[in-house]
Design a protein around this ligand. Structure first.
Ligand SMILES: Nc1nc2c(ncn2[C@@H]2O[C@H](COP(=O)(O)OP(=O)(O)O)[C@@H](O)[C@H]2O)c(=O)[nH]1
Ligand SMILES: [Mg+2]
Length: 392
């Protein structure tokens, strides 16, 4: 059975069309009046829809064909038609429901948009055009709207009225406030004379934990002349342990690949006379409580001096904050943001530190070991957050 829908101005023309295409044997399964669809601003010229079926078996009415393919008896045919009618009606109901839901959702989105715009307009009303311009730049760099508002709001209290429209002055105030917001910088520091400073590096999979450890280990060894040892708990994949082992060999520092608590304790003891011991961990899924428990177990044994959470700026702010919360039972001391080279907007960094209130230890800017890592410079970061469209 072949089924098709026809839409037209009125039933007569719809039926005519159906007859033309499906033949006179076609059966009308369902008819309906179409809603006047004004949603997009115009009215559709089609007001009715009919659903038509044609049964191939009935059309070819020779005995020969009937024998091979008997088609329907008249009761069967009635039943089939009733069934198809019901199906068609159900289909229409669910389609109409879907359409209604879609329209409702669109209206809800519109309301949210309007509410947000009203909030924005209300809040930035009275702020000079220049300040509003900087507000837009901050938002275009992914700075959370509320944070952007609080930054530009401070312009008024910081500038005399005659400077309020002076872009250079306004920018200066923004830079100052931004710098304050991201002033908590805390790279790894080892108390002179202290040995066996243990740093746990934790975070989701693939953010750059191992690469970052390699960078830090190399720089500390060659530039700061520290003795460094590595321990890796990442034994899920052979390649992961091998990756760090290779770096350790190139740098010429000891490494232990650890499979259980006893090995871990032993490794930590063995390395006690190094200045610093980095503990690399497997990318933990914060949603996997068993993995998190295991990690906590190692941390209890290792008693880290510092625990650093590695986050990638390619992740959305909201997710970064969630990830932090999920790792916070590990007592995160600081964060490292990686992959700055892979994005044009750095608002995520500001949004995250604003929310979690933890210092930033390092930023990483590429895959090269050991070069692509730096201690954050608040002034530089602030000016990045005021870049127009990620350019200049
Ligand atoms: N573009 C870019 N890639 C990075 C950066 N840091 C690490 N990566 C890459 O991210 C991938 C995962 O890194 P890895 O250190 O294995 O992540 P882990 O699973 O957290 O240990 C590798 O391809 C790294 O080269 C960075 O700052 N920028
Ligand atoms: Mg790794």
């Amino acid at each position: 059975m072949k089924i098709k829908k026809f839409v037209a101005r009125d039933f007569k023309s719809a039926i005519k069309q159906a007859q033309y295409e499906m033949g006179s044997d076609a059966i009308i399964l369902h008819t309906r009046q179409l809603k006047k669809n004004r949603f997009l601003g115009f009215l559709s010229p089609y007001h009715v829809e009919i659903t038509v079926a044609v049964d191939e078996n009935l059309k070819v009415n020779t005995d020969l064909k009937r024998e091979r393919n008997p088609g329907y008896s008249s009761t069967e045919l009635k039943d089939t038609i009733a069934l198809k009618r019901q199906e068609a009606a159900d289909m229409d109901n669910s389609a109409a429901e879907d359409q209604l839901l879609l329209e409702l959702q669109q209206m809800k989105d519109m309301m949210t948009d309007i509410k947000m715009k009203m909030h924005e307009v209300g809040a930035i009303k009275g702020i000079s055009d220049t300040a509003q311009h900087f507000y837009q730049i901050l938002v275009s760099n992914n700075v959370n709207q509320d944070i952007a508002l609080s930054i530009v709001s401070s312009i008024e209290s910081n500038l005399p009225a005659q400077k309020m429209d002076d872009a250079t002055w306004v920018r200066d105030v923004c830079i100052n406030v931004l710098q304050e917001y991201i002033s908590d910088i805390s790279p790894i520091t080892i108390t002179p004379g202290k040995k066996g400073h243990i740093v746990f590096i934790v975070g989701p999979t693939g953010v750059g934990k191992t690469t970052t450890i390699a960078k830090l280990a190399a720089n500390m060894t060659f530039l700061e002349k520290k003795t460094v040892a590595l321990v890796t708990l990442d034994t899920y994949r052979v390649s992961a342990a091998e990756q760090l082992r290779t770096f350790a060999e190139i740098i010429g520092i000891p490494i232990s690949v650890v499979f259980n608590a006893a090995d871990f304790t032993e490794a930590i003891q063995d390395y006690q006379d190094n200045d610093i011991i980095f503990v690399d961990t497997a990318g933990r899924s914060p949603r996997n409580p068993q993995q998190m428990e295991e990690l906590k177990g190692y941390m209890k044994l290792g008693q880290p001096d510092e625990t650093i959470l590695v986050l990638s700026v390619t992740t959305h702010s909201q997710d970064l904050i969630k990830i932090y919360r999920q790792f916070s039972p590990m007592n995160i001391d600081k964060v490292i943001f990686t992959k700055l080279d892979e994005t044009y907007s750095y608002g995520q960094i500001l949004n995250t530190v604003y929310e979690i209130n933890k210092p930033v230890a390092y930023l990483t800017t590429g895959q090269n070991v050991p070069d692509d890592i730096e201690v954050p410079d608040p002034l530089h970061l602030a000016s990045l957050l005021l870049r127009k469209d990620g350019l200049a």
